[in-house]
Design a protein around this ligand. Structure first.
Ligand SMILES: [Zn+2]
Length: 109
């Protein structure tokens, strides 16, 4: 990757990727929260299915439904957040810093 400062054309440019990490973190938290509600719904559905199979089935159904729902929600949320953070990173925040003149700029499109 060869970046150049648009002001002084120096190749000594430092890049930051704060937005991507923040976006991924937000996505993970959001995904986990969504995963919890999905887990609750999954647990309820699992318990309903398990109820047909008896008391042991209720426990098994709830647990497996909760785990599956939580996993799906967490993974999906994290991927979505990373994507959101990356587009923020690319289009909104100036995250390249020229080490020569101190000019901050975005990636050239
Ligand atoms: Zn510069």
């Amino acid at each position: 990757m060869s970046l150049q400062c648009p002001r002084c054309h120096s190749p000594k440019v430092a890049s930051f990727h704060h937005a991507m990490k923040v976006g991924a973190a937000i996505g993970t938290v959001g995904g986990a929260a969504r995963g919890v509600s999905a887990a609750l719904a999954g647990g309820q559905a699992g318990a309903l299915i398990g109820a047909i199979a008896g008391p042991v089935g209720i426990t098994l159904g709830s647990v497996s439904g909760a785990i599956l729902g939580g996993l799906a929600g967490g993974v999906g949320g994290c991927a979505l957040g990373a994507q959101l953070g990356e587009s923020l990173d690319r289009h909104v925040l100036a995250h390249n810093l020229c080490l020569l003149c101190g000019h901050r700029f975005n990636l050239p499109t």
